[in-house]
Ligand binder design. Structure first.
Ligand code: 0WD
Ligand code: CA
Length: 380
């Protein structure tokens, strides 16, 4: 049976309508035609400055400025500045959906509805990164997730809760891993300028408070989505002139030396790169390959829409359709489970590798994540 079951569990609630209690994640259940996914449209953008303060403009947008294509490998030193020119965002601050909610309160006119009880014309509001985790779930074997969901005035809000394992990992992060994370940001600095015709300035400070985020509207099957994601840069010379297609996602990865290494890279890393950029319609991913000494020894550009073809040759590889069908099934599951419209009610969806998705219910708890200012803004 290769069909996605409508009702996913043998267990039933004793009374009331039949609501499934769990959702299976097995890839074979979601193997079918690629579902409808409307071309993502940019509704707007916002910036977070060096102090992590919100601005409803594009001041943090950077411009893709790669080194000359010909000639030797770029002399990027990704470790430069790690000790003395690095300002790290405080990761213990839980921001939830706040920046995106702020954008919504300031741009409600862009999301009009006929329905008076439903101020927002979207079934789901979330971060792109949360959806990336959902998409890759059928193939994930390491890290579980917790997603808090609240139904408020007809829209379902999804906000991630850090798992115990993730918190432990974050607090015990090795020096090597911390430096590797810095190197990813340093690569962005080497590849981006502040103006369309400018030159990158590698002498500057790397500050991870700074972000430029796009706000995207799209539809997956029967689910309308509004989500935001951080964008590394735009290419002023892109063949696709409009956002989100002209955006470029920058990545670093260890240089590969054998076909076996490349196969493993496609199987385990490319799935995350693809899901992250496919969701908002970012058409190119530029990989910088790290040499042993923290230099960049090569660049490779991937077209997001062509990644399908790269992985198709490997029968043991992940399938984009499975990721998208699973996401659609998860969103349908959430719609079935969360039916009480209440900003202080949270259904916590939880998943661990090897298990189906399940959930717990929390009223007026610490899991409540819609801020009062947002609830008030949308109630008037
Ligand atoms: O509070 C948190 N724990 C999180 C905050 C978790 C996930 C995201 N965020 C923030 C991000 O900083 C960003 O401002 O939400 C915003 C949008 O995130 P997204 O685009 O939905 O997240 P994702 O697609 O997971 O990450 C995009 C980029 C990352 O790029 P890479 O190439 O590494 O995937 O956002 C950055 C990072 O550059 N990023 C973060 N920066 C600082 N702290 C974090 C984080 N926790 N997570 C992602
Ligand atoms: Ca990136």
């Amino acid at each position: 049976d290769r069909e996605v079951p409508k009702d996913c569990s043998a267990k039933r609630q004793r009374t009331g309508p039949k609501v499934p209690l769990t959702l299976p994640v097995t890839p074979s259940r979601y193997d079918g035609p690629f579902p409808f996914y409307r071309r993502p449209a940019e509704m707007g953008h916002f910036s977070l400055d060096a102090q992590r303060c919100y601005h409803g403009d594009a001041r943090q947008l950077r411009y893709y400025t790669p080194p000359p294509a010909e000639g030797p490998s770029p002399g990027f030193d990704l470790r430069d500045g790690y000790r003395d020119r690095y300002v790290r965002q405080d990761e213990s601050v839980r921001e939830g959906l706040d920046h995106l909610l702020k954008w919504i309160t300031q741009n409600r006119k862009l999301l009009p509805t006929e329905d008076k009880g439903r101020p927002l014309n979207a079934d789901f509001v979330t971060w792109r990164g949360h959806l990336t985790k959902v998409l890759t779930t059928p193939y994930e074997t390491q890290e579980g997730w917790l997603l808090a969901v609240t139904l408020f005035r007809g829209t379902l809000y999804i906000s991630e809760v850090e798992t115990e394992a993730a918190r432990k990992q974050r607090e015990e992060r090795s020096e090597l891993l911390k430096e590797l994370m810095y190197m990813g940001y340093k690569f962005e600095q080497y590849m981006c300028a502040d103006t369309p015709d400018g030159t990158p300035d590698p002498t500057g400070v790397v500050n991870t408070n700074e972000a430029y985020c796009t706000v995207i509207r799209t539809r997956l099957g029967t689910h309308s989505l509004l989500f935001s994601g951080e964008v590394d840069c735009t290419d002023p010379r892109s063949p696709w002139s409009d956002p989100p297609s002209c955006y470029v996602e920058l990545k670093t990865s260890k240089v590969m030396h054998s076909p076996g290494q490349r196969k493993s890279f496609y199987r385990h890393k490319m799935i995350k790169w693809w899901a992250q950029s496919f969701l908002p319609g970012v058409s190119r991913i530029v990989a910088g390959y790290r040499g042993p000494e923290g230099s960049i020894v090569g660049l490779e550009t991937f077209e997001t829409m062509k990644i399908f073809q790269l992985i198709r040759e490997d029968p043991g590889c992940w399938k984009p359709a499975v990721c998208m069908n699973f996401c659609a099934a998860f969103l349908a599951f959430v719609k079935k489970v969360v039916t009480e419209d209440n900003p202080k009610l949270v259904h916590l969806f939880t998943w661990e590798p090897g298990h189906p998705v399940s959930f717990t219910v929390h009223r007026d708890s610490d899991y409540t994540f819609l801020p009062d200012w947002y609830v008030e803004a949308l109630s008037t």
